[in-house]
Design a protein around this ligand. Structure first.
Ligand SMILES: C[S@@+](CC[C@H](N)C(=O)[O-])C[C@H]1O[C@@H](n2cnc3c(N)ncnc32)[C@H](O)[C@@H]1O
Length: 210
């Protein structure tokens, strides 16, 4: 898995797509949007997983969305969908996304907490990206709310894991250890693997062949 993600990430970092997206982002204003390294990691993870249903919180102007959508297109996943949730009515949601990537983009306007409560989000998700409010409390809430919706082998991805202890705390709780052998307790662990690259953290839900 690591080799494949690194290869895809390297490929996109030197691509024309990356330089176009950076120019679009800089022309619009880069405040609050994902940086190049993390976009490349996100692209690599998405290509590796080949998800059908992706949900992201904090869609904003669409830098992260563009890299997820580009990965779906590069993997020729024509029926996949990205549900991109954005609270603010003031931002031009997804404005950075190139037109040719928009067919799989499903913008959803609202607070993620309200949308979940109102059952307006997919029940089963292959990949979830957190990039909304980075308070400790909200991050943990999103991880806990979306983990049960992830299919086995699905991917929980979080931006800005360096902000607080929410992500390490979450992956600590999804891991169990056998006291006698000192090995992982597969029965009681619900993640298969986790990692961090730049400001991106990810955990693969148990069941993956990864
Ligand atoms: C860091 S920005 C997202 C950047 C975006 N992913 C990108 O790369 O372009 C965070 C966004 O999350 C939104 N947000 C904050 N709390 C939210 C919530 N509870 N539900 C939905 N969106 C939220 C904010 O309005 C803001 O636009």
């Amino acid at each position: 898995m690591w080799d494949a993600v690194a290869r895809f990430a390297k490929e996109i970092r030197v691509s024309e797509f990356m330089s176009d997206m950076i120019s679009r982002r800089d022309a619009y204003g880069s405040d609050g949007v994902m940086g190049a390294l993390d976009c490349a990691t996100l692209y690599g993870l998405t290509r590796w997983l080949r998800p059908v249903v992706v949900v992201e919180s904090g869609g904003f102007i669409g830098m992260s969305s563009a890299f997820i959508l580009k990965a779906l297109v590069d993997e020729k996943l024509a029926t996949s969908k990205l549900y991109s949730i954005e609270l603010s009515e003031d931002c031009e949601q997804g404005v950075l996304i190139p037109d040719e990537l928009r067919s799989e983009f499903e913008p959803v306007r609202g607070r993620i907490e309200d949308l979940l409560k109102a059952n307006r989000l997919p029940e089963s998700v292959d990949m979830f990206l957190h990039d909304s409010s980075h308070s400790y409390r909200h991050m943990l809430w999103e991880f806990r709310a979306f983990w049960p919706r992830l299919r086995d082998g699905g991917l929980l991805v979080s931006h800005d894991v360096q902000m607080n202890a929410a992500f390490p705390e979450f992956v600590t709780k999804t891991y169990a250890h056998e006291k006698k052998t000192g090995r992982r307790d597969f029965q009681r662990s619900s993640h298969h693997e986790w990692g961090r690259w730049g400001y991106i953290g990810f955990a693969i839900k148990k069941g993956s062949t990864g």
